[in-house]
Design a protein around this ligand. Sequence first.
Ligand code: SF4
Length: 320
Amino acid sequence: MNASLAPAHSPFGGSVATRVLRCPASVGLVEKVPVHLRRSSAYAERGTALHSAVALLFDDNGPSLESLVGRTIGDYAITHGDVENSLRPVFTHITALLDAPGTEFYLEHRVGFPTIPGAYGTADLLIRIGNTIHVVDLKFGAGVRVTALTPDGDEDVINAQLLFYAAAARHSLREFFAGVETVVLTILQPMSIEADAEMVSSVEVGHAELDGFIAIYRTACEEALSEFPRLARGHWCRFCAARPICPAHTGPLLDLAQFVGPAPAGPNFSILAPPPAKEAYLQLLTGEERECTRPRALMGRNRAVVFPGARHLPKRRADR
Ligand code: SF4
């Protein structure tokens, strides 16, 4: 993992990409919440510990799975259940991927998003097998099922966090991506509140999809820093730190967002480079699908697949 002087969390980072796209006003509101009120929960501490445990398992001379029971990482002690129900299935799946000949990979790697200063995140796992890159995100929570594609009406929306990591990794690891034709976005969630939920969900995208996402995400970040960003509540509010002061939730009682807090230290967009792939994005807007690599759901479905927060795009069908 790269050493970095940047803060641990970016206001435009991958883990908040869906929220930024859906509710750009949340960026400024979160900045108004005192840091001590943004403390992580016990669930988050468990997730962080299990992510670290996976990185340890793939170290040279890393520990055995069994030896992790009882080990404390951060403030969390790993349990037998964590090993058997979460770490072992993830370890088995990743090991099978890494067993392919000629595989190269990065674990827990910091990547920076193009065209947006201060937008970065840590990709859990990046694997190159031949001309295909696998971008894998690990989800150890069980309360909310997260998938690479989320059904929304008659469409499936691609997970924004995965798109963020893929676009940022392509920007940060140019040699690693050289000659790559296909990017497979995958979420591994070994436990879920939903009975019989599959652990693995994936969607395949090409370079045009990543270019399109860069343009869309940059627009959302610009709006977040504008005078009147859009405020919109929805499922993305669940983990938003601004919820206690958000007028969309407290509005009928009290507009706590009017309290004056420190100004957000966001990036200065006046120094941004122009989007690198505007032509590719415009092709999407004009429906020139034959020029683009289509996202292909790897779940055996045949539904329209769209970018998050991009309902204005013409509907696009997933390949069978
Ligand atoms: S709680 Fe929801 S509506 Fe309010 S700022 Fe956060 S994401 Fe936006």
